[in-house]
Ligand binder design. Structure first.
Ligand code: BEZ
Ligand code: FE
Length: 275
């Protein structure tokens, strides 16, 4: 077709992908094209703005490597990651809610026996974390695979250290027959997501701060249950209502209690949904 106009080009592009064999690919791509075109028409996108957008995405790509996930950061800060979590993780009332995965998980972290100290030199006051992993009917989930990771008191993850050699404040546990777990780590603090790239420029341009409230990450898997990727957030943190990646949920907030000896305790039970 020739002489395409603002009004006819969208349908022509959609017709051009009509032969896409995979139905889901066709559906997702069609909607993306339709929404992109509608967006450009709605904001009356100028050629200079189009180029700026292309340059921005190119910069995001250049900043990305296997350690620095700038595209994920872009998705996180635009709320797309959390929206996708919401769409895919609706659960019955009473289940622990999911939140964003984040870029600092490491596959194959070291495994520890229950009660171990995973700090391994991470900076911060000691914190004793314990609780149970249960099903919705209160049944204990034995031998659940619990992957834990967190930042230290300076808000830094082990893998962010340029001289990273050993895992710190991360590890894998298996729950006991009564579903219980316990380990010692350090008290992590709130931290800014990385801002030395185009996503940082976007936050600055839009007057946003880059901070995440203090939290501890968990990924819990058990046969017969849905995998839970979540955090426990520190009660009282000043960024709970303005998390840079929109991940805070009320039932994921818990108190870190200071003990008489100056160390801290966190107790939290996780309720998994049946698969
Ligand atoms: C995190 O919690 O580790 C995280 C999540 C999203 C973006 C940056 C960091
Ligand atoms: Fe984090």
């Amino acid at each position: 077709m020739r002489n395409l106009s603002e009004d006819t080009i969208t349908q022509e592009v959609l017709d051009r992908i009509a032969g896409t064999k995979n139905e889901r690919t066709k559906e997702v791509l069609s909607e993306l094209i339709q929404h992109l075109h509608d967006f450009a028409r709605k904001v009356r996108l100028t050629e200079q703005e189009w180029l700026q957008g292309i340059e921005f995405l190119t910069a995001v790509g250049h900043k990305t490597d296997e350690k620095r996930h700038e595209f994920i950061l872009l998705s996180d800060t635009l709320g797309l990651s959390m929206l996708t979590v919401c769409i895919n993780n609706s659960k019955p009332v009473g289940c622990t809610e999911a939140t964003v995965f984040g870029p600092f998980h490491v596959p194959n972290a070291p495994e520890f026996a229950l009660g171990a100290d995973i700090a391994n030199g991470a900076k911060g006051s000691a914190c004793h974390v314990s609780g149970r992993v249960l099903g919705l009917k209160g049944e204990a989930i034995e031998n659940a695979h619990m992957d834990v990771w967190q930042a230290d008191e300076e808000g830094v993850y082990d893998v962010q250290n340029p001289n990273f050699t050993e895992h710190r404040a991360r590890g894998i546990f298996r729950t006991a027959p009564d579903g219980s777990y316990r380990f010692t780590t350090v008290v992590g603090e709130s931290y800014p997501i990385p801002t030395d790239g185009p996503v940082g420029d976007m936050l600055a341009a839009t007057g946003r701060h880059p901070w995440r409230p203090a939290h501890l990450h968990f990924k819990i898997t058990a046969p017969g249950y849905q995998t839970l990727v979540t955090h426990v957030f520190r009660e009282g943190d000043k960024y709970l209502d303005s998390d840079a990646v929109f991940g805070v949920r009320e039932n994921l907030i818990a108190p870190w209690t200071k003990n008489a000896d100056g160390e801290f305790s966190l107790k939290y039970d996780f309720i998994l949904n049946r698969a």
